[in-house]
Each structure stands twice: as structure tokens, then as C-alpha cells.
Design a protein around this ligand. Structure first.
Ligand SMILES: [Zn+2]
Length: 179
């Protein structure tokens, strides 16, 4: 006998088990005038947004919260209101996936070691600061920097990121989006 065909509804349910998280960093507002409008398109449907610091004003959070709830940390170039409001590092659970967030995560030579020290049990560590996108799985820990959304420096483009978390396994993968 042929197995029953998958209905649209069950296909939809399978899709929902993958959680989509928007990741952004180093927005440096108002040094840079505004968030790139493309963010609203790419972050459509995310259940949460992570900002990895250097906002530089809290208004950035308010703006992103029109899309989804925001979890943020402070960077090293912030207005005082951000320093007073946001932690330097934090961890969140998204489904079964533990995500560590910090602005500065060592440098390219010691990053994996620092990440494991700072967040021993995190599946994903999100960071910023370098304005260089980074998406590397090291011994089961995904190190993810979305790059800067506004200040590309020597990168070809500005960028943001998406994380996809599998609720069943707690697994995660990252995607860098060049703007
Ligand atoms: Zn920055």
C-alpha cells in the first residue's frame, strides 16, 4: 500500500519546528543615519532578533521590536543609555538551543577557545565588533558574527544574519545575508 500523501497542514507543521532568528550587529546609529530597509524583508517571520552590540542608541531596539522581540548586549561604542540598560554578555534559550551573546569575542586566533570559556554549554555564540561576518562551527559550537548592518569597512557589503534552530535536536545553523 502506498503511504498516505503528506497534507499541506503536516508540511506546514514540519516547517514550524525550525525556528528562525534574526541577527544584527554594529548598527552605530545615529553615526549611520538609519537601519537598511532590507532588514524588514529578511527578518520577516523571525521569532526573535539578537543585536550583538554597538547599537549605539536604544531607539535601535525600539525600531527592531516592530518586527520581533529583541535580545541585545552592549558594545564598546554606546551612548550612556545603552550602557545603563544592557548587559555585556547574556545567554538565552530558543527552544532547546542555548545561545550566548557578547560583543567582543577574542580575535580570530583565540576565538573558539574564548567562546568555550565564556559560554561552556552554548550551542551558538553570537558576537560582533569586527564588522567581519563569521559563520563557523568549531567542535559543536557555532560562532556567528553577522557583520555590520551599516558600516562595511573593508567588506564588500554590509550584512546581517539568520539563525535556524531545530527545536527537536537543539541544533542550529547560520546564514550570512549580504545587503
Ligand atoms: Zn562596531
Amino acid at each position: 500500500m502506498k503511504p498516505p500523501e503528506k497534507t499541506d497542514e503536516s508540511a506546514e507543521k514540519e516547517k514550524q519546528m525550525i525556528r528562525k532568528i534574526g541577527v544584527i550587529s554594529d548598527t552605530h546609529i545615529p553615526e549611520f543615519k538609519q537601519l537598511p530597509p532590507a532588514i524588514w524583508q529578511y527578518f520577516d517571520g523571525v521569532e526573535r532578533i539578537i543585536h550583538a552590540g554597538d547599537l549605539s542608541v536604544l531607539a535601535v531596539i525600539a525600531e527592531l521590536e516592530t518586527i520581533a522581540p529583541v535580545t541585545a548586549v552592549q558594545g564598546n561604542i554606546e551612548e550612556e543609555e545603552v550602557v545603563l540598560e544592557l548587559p555585556i554578555k547574556r545567554e538565552i534559550m530558543v527552544g532547546n538551543c542555548r545561545i550566548g551573546i557578547v560583543h567582543i569575542l577574542g580575535d580570530s586566533h583565540n576565538r573558539a577557545r574564548v567562546a568555550r570559556q565564556e559560554f561552556p554549554t552554548a550551542r551558538v555564540v553570537v558576537f560582533g565588533h569586527s564588522h567581519i561576518p563569521w559563520n563557523e562551527d568549531v567542535n559543536g559550537q557555532l560562532l556567528f558574527n553577522p557583520g555590520s548592518a551599516t558600516d562595511r569597512r573593508r567588506q564588500p557589503t554590509c550584512s546581517i544574519g539568520l539563525l535556524y534552530v531545530d527545536d527537536d535536536t537543539g541544533n542550529a545553523r547560520g546564514e550570512i545575508i549580504r545587503l
